[in-house]
Every structure is written in structure tokens, then in C-alpha cells.
Design a protein. Sequence first.
Length: 276
Amino acid sequence: MQSFRKSAFTLIELLVVIAIIAILAAILFPVFSRARENARRTSCLSNLKQVSLGFMQYAQDYDEQLPKGKVSGDYRGRGWAGVIAPYVKSIEVFRCPSDSSSAATGVARLSYAYNSAIPYSLSLTSFLNNWPGPMIAAFTTPTKTILAFEIRESTFNPPIDADYANVGGGYSPAGTGKGSNNLQPGSGTSSPYYATGYFPGVTPDGRFDGTSPESGKFGRHFEGSNYAFADGHVKWLKTDGISTGLAAQTPTTVAGVNYGAAGTEVPGYSATFSPR
């Protein structure tokens, strides 16, 4: 009589299969993760494009003048994000899908900031205190002037608060410069930190006052961030693709004038926050 033996995996065969699965997982998981983050970066870029179009459409309705930084008094809905909100699809465009920060009760997260150094006064104080927004014609190099960019840890109160930063804060995205060349994000309970990453060799951790918890981070999307420019185009750039501009006089200096963005071309001063 012919006998039949029941076949089964040997221990070695099982270990080989497990090893193959582990190798495939090690190869494929980073690919899937990168594909997912690439989709988020694209979505963020689309959001920032909507924000940029909101600025441009607002300017068309107001004689080619961009919004103010904020309006003093009752802030809610009267800052830059509030006034361009009617021109965007929804307030969700103000949030990057890769921004994992949580919001406090009654507030929402804001993932983007408005450049306070664009050329209307070269003064953070005027940006925050009712002065008119800049005229489109004032930009000498709109293709190199950053209008809006990514930030971390900022909030706005419904219906979209003033969206301006603490006066005199030293949060330069490049870790350099003075108060008036800082790019100001929304008001809120959390200090604003920049998603642009930091520039090594400027201060110990790349932030203007040398104490940033963002030390060592190089942008929200593949060591880079999305930017909106004054001519309406948006673009992803690596952290080292952004000029650091002027260095701070001291690591603790947090305020000053006569430092501007690319479009200001202040005589005797370098552009502080612009593509190289």
C-alpha cells in the first residue's frame, strides 16, 4: 500500500517567507508614506493657491490694494484672512493637511501667514495698526516677493480672527533679520513657529532669539515648504532655497526697521525673505 505524508512548512521555509515579507515591507512602506505626503503637499499647494487668488481678487475689488494686516478694535473677521475669506472656497483652505497641530476650544488652526514686510511702510507697527495694505504696483520684484507662506502653531477665532502676530516677536523663518522683516501669522494662544525650517549656523538653533522648539526641522513637506508670491504664483521650495538675508545684530534683538522683503528693495539692505 502506498503511503502519503502530509506536507507542511519547515521552520526554515517559514523564516524565509517572514524575511521576504519584512524586506518588502521595508521597501514599500516608505514609498507609500512618501506618496501620501506628496499628496498632502499638493493639497497644501492648492490651498495656498486659493489663498493667493483670494489676495489677488481682493486687490481687484479695492483698486489694486492688498489687505491690511489687521484692523484695531474688534478683531474678529477683520484681519487679512477674514477679508479674503469671501474669495476662497471655504475656510478649510487656511489649513495644510500636514499641519497636525490641534486647536483650542472655540478656535481653529491657521497654517499660513501674510508677509508683514511687503512694501507699504516697512514697519511692523503700521502693519498691525490700521495702515493701508500695499498697492500691487509697489512691488518692484513681485515674482520674488513672498506674499504668504507656511507656519506652525497659530490659531484664529471664528469668524476668522485678525491673523496677526505678537508685536515684537522674533520669529524669523530664516533665523535672521529684525522685527519688521518677520512674516506675521495669526493671533492666538500659541506662539507662532515657522514650517519653513531653520537655517543652521545663524543662531544655535536657527531661530532669531535662539530658543525655538522647531530646532532641527527643515520644513513640513520633504524638507521644504510652499510659498505664495506677489504675482499670484505658488511654489514649493527647499529650505536652503530661501535667502536668509540680513543677520541679526545680536541673538536677542527682536525689533527694528529698514529691513524688508524682496519687493521693497530698501537702499543699502539685502532682501530678507525671498528665493535665492
